[in-house]
Design a protein around this ligand. Sequence first.
Ligand code: FAD
Length: 467
Amino acid sequence: MAQQPITLIGGGLVGALLAQQLAQRGFAVEVFEKRPDPRLAGFLGGRSINLALAERGLQALRTAGLADDVLQRAVMMRGRMVHDRDGNSGLQRYGVDDSEVIWSVSRGALNMLLLDAAEAVGVRFHFGQSLVGADFGRQRIRLADEAGVERELDAGVLVGADGAGSAVRAAMNAHAPLGERIESLGHGYKELEIPPAGELPAAVLQLSGGHDQFALEPHALHIWPRGGYMCIALPNTEGSFTVTLFLPAQGAAPSFASLPDATAAAAFFREQFPGLLPLIPDFSKDFDSHPVGTLSTLYLDRWHLDGRALLLGDAAHAIVPFHGQGMNCGFEDTVVLANLLAEAPDDSAEVFAEFQRVRQPNADAIAAMALENYVEMRDSVADPHYLAKRELGALLAARIPTHYMARYRLVTFTHVPYAYALERGRAQDQLLEQLLRDAANVADIDIEAAAQLFQSKLEPLPRLRHG
Ligand code: FAD
C-alpha cells in the first residue's frame, strides 16, 4: 500500500496499539510521544499502576497477536472482594465461571510491550517530542523537544491518541470548534501501595486473608465501599497491590480538601478503613507525595477534521474509571479504525466520519455506564436490594441464558456494542425491579413465571462474542 503516511501523536496504550495495527496493515506510521522512551527511562518513576483488562481489550490484543504475551504478565481477578468496616469480606463473582474474569495488568509493562510490538512491525517512534501546535491549512505540525526547542513538520494524516488532555484536540478545536464539553465528577483519586506479603509483619498478615506473596486474596478486585467514597485495590504480579482512594474533591468531610495531610488522612483511614491501613506501611509517604488525580467525562460533537485529523481513545472520549473500560474501549477503537482505513486507505475523510458514526454512540454509552458504576461500587455492592437483584439475575441467567445476561457481563465479557448493553440493561432492570416489587424476597419469586416474563418482553440476546 502506498497511501499517505500517518502521523500519530501519543505513544500511550491506545497510540502504541493503533500504530502496531496500522503498520500490520501496511501503513507507514510515525509516532511522536511527549515522554522519554519508558523502556530506557523507567515508567513513571517505577510506581506500580495497574488497570483491568477485559474481553474487549483482549479481543483487540488477539487481533494484534499479543493477547498471550499480555496474559502471561497479568493477574486474574474473578470478582469483587467486598470489605466492610468490621473486617468481614466476601467475593461477588463477576461471571459464571473462570471463563468470565478480568485481568490486572501493569500500565507500564503493557505500554512497553505494545511499543516493542509496534516497532517490530516497522513503526517509528520519536520520544521526548510534544505536539505544541498544528496548522491544518498547510498540514504542518509543531513539535517541542524536552529542552523546549521547536520544529515544524509535514503531518500527512494526523491522528491524536494523546489522552484526556489532548493537544491535538486543542489544535483542532482552535481551527474549528469541536463542541467540547468536559464534565467533572467532583471526585478525585489518589494511589497508595500495599507491598508484597514478605514486607509486612506476620501479625498484620494473619488478619488480611492473603496467600503466597500477596497480603490479600490475589485473584480479586478488592473494594472497601463506604457510601459516598471508597478504596479499591488491584493485584500486581510481584505480590503488591495498587490501592486507589476515590473521594469527593471538595466539601464537608470527608473530601480531599478536608484531609490536608497524611496525619488527617491516617485518622480517617483508622475510622473508615481500619483493616486496610496496616497493609500500607508507607501510608504517610504515599499520601503526601502522590498527587490527587481528577476525574471527568469528555464529550465532543466532532472527533475529526474532514480527512486531515482524527481523535481516538481518551483524546476523543475520556470517561471515569469505574467500569474499568477506558482502555478497553480505546483498544476497541483501534481495531475499528485500522480495519476501516485498510478498506479505504485513500479516503480518510470518509473513514473518519464512519469511525465517529460507529464509535460515538458506544463511547457515550460506556461513559454513562461508568458514571452509574461509581454509585454501584461505592454504595450498592453492600445494599440488600442490590444483592437481591443480583441473586435473582443469577437465577435467571442460569435458567434463560438466551434472554438474560447481567449488564456488567455484557459490557465486560462480550463484544456487543456498549450502546446495546446500556439499552438491554435498562430493559432487564425494569423487569427485575417489577418482580422484586411484588415479592418480599427472592425465594418468594416463581422463577418459571419470571423466565416467561423475560421471554415474552425481551428479544433473545444477540451472538455475544465474535472473531
Ligand atoms: P493515555 O494513556 O493518556 O496516553 C496518552 C499518551 O499521549 C501518553 O503517553 C502521553 O505522554 C502522550 N501525550 C500527551 N500529550 C502529548 C503531546 N502534546 N504530544 C505528544 N504526546 C503526548 N481503563 C481500563 O480499561 N481499565 C481500568 O481498570 C482503568 N482504570 C483506570 C484507573 C484510573 C485511576 C484512571 C484515571 C483511568 C483508568 N482507565 C482504565 C482508563 C485508561 O487509563 C485510559 O482509558 C487509557 O489510558 C487511555 O489510553 P490513551 O492512549 O488514549 O491515553
